[in-house]
Design a protein around this ligand. Structure first.
Ligand SMILES: O=C(O)C(=O)[C@H](O)CO
Ligand SMILES: [Mg+2]
Length: 253
């Protein structure tokens, strides 16, 4: 089975953020991600992750926050300075957390100029942090209207154009299904460039059990494919988080 991480922005929200690490470890997760961790000192987050025995898997750029903040600037023409200073701050934060991946968010823009800006900013970031794994993630246009990256083909094209070994695709089964109508076919098509996976049901973005995606079949296919990355639970629990974890394969021993 792949290694599973809990997205602590969405899971265990019954608890204060620093307590969510231990709750996730108790539930059987081996890693954690936080979308925008910038409100809490990195040393406190790092201490909580280490004492729970969890690896810190992923965070997003840009700072600062989840609540109401824009989802990035990387594709917005004319915002290069802002992108670069945000990226450097994200890099310092990720370094303190020993985060495995940084997800670079594109922001809200359209057209060829936006695509050029995104490609240039990604190339700059990949060269700036050659030892850090960077991801881009298509988000479905119903949840994120106007977000630049809403297409897997375009994401693959950008990754090929930038051509940096530390830039890859973040595949979210929920967004993939809403964008293409077939999450599994989309995963198969792009598996060679996928370096991080997130999961949730369609419809509802709840526990990855039931609904239109066969996640247990997906986990078996990931094993079969030799995928070595993380699978993060990024969903809104239908009730209390701990009561909805029947889908999580537990390691024995
Ligand atoms: O919305 C998602 O699926 C994400 O993973 C983004 O990082 C949210 O900002
Ligand atoms: Mg996601």
């Amino acid at each position: 089975m792949p290694r599973f991480a809990a997205n602590l922005t969405m899971l265990f929200t019954e608890l204060p953020m620093l307590d969510r690490f231990a709750a996730a470890a108790d539930a059987g997760f081996e890693g954690a991600e936080i979308l925008f961790p910038y409100d809490i000192p990195a040393r406190d987050l790092s201490r909580a992750a280490i004492s729970a025995g969890l690896e810190f898997v992923l965070m997003n750029t840009p700072p600062p926050n989840w609540a109401g903040g824009p989802r990035g600037f990387a594709a917005e023409p004319g915002r290069e300075d802002r992108f670069r200073s945000d990226f450097d701050r994200a890099l310092r934060f990720a370094g303190a957390l020993r985060a495995r991946h940084i997800h670079i968010m594109a922001g809200y823009a359209q057209g060829p100029e936006a695509q050029d800006s995104f490609a240039r900013n990604l190339a700059w970031a990949a060269a700036r942090a050659p030892h850090v794994s960077l991801t881009i993630e298509p988000l479905n246009p119903k949840d994120q209207p106007g977000y630049f990256l809403a297409d897997f083909g375009l994401a693959a094209e950008l990754i090929a154009e930038v051509g940096a070994p530390n830039l890859g695709l973040q595949f979210d089964s929920y967004h993939a299904h809403l964008i293409t109508g077939d999450a599994m076919a989309t995963w198969r098509r792009h598996a060679s460039i996928i370096r991080h996976i997130q999961i949730a049901s369609v419809p509802g973005r709840h526990e990855p059990s039931g609904g239109m995606i066969d996640h247990q079949g997906f986990f078996a296919a990931l094993d079969h494919s030799g995928y070595k990355g993380w699978v993060s639970a990024e969903y809104n629990p239908a009730g209390l988080t701990a009561q909805g974890l029947g889908w999580l394969p537990r390691r024995i021993g």
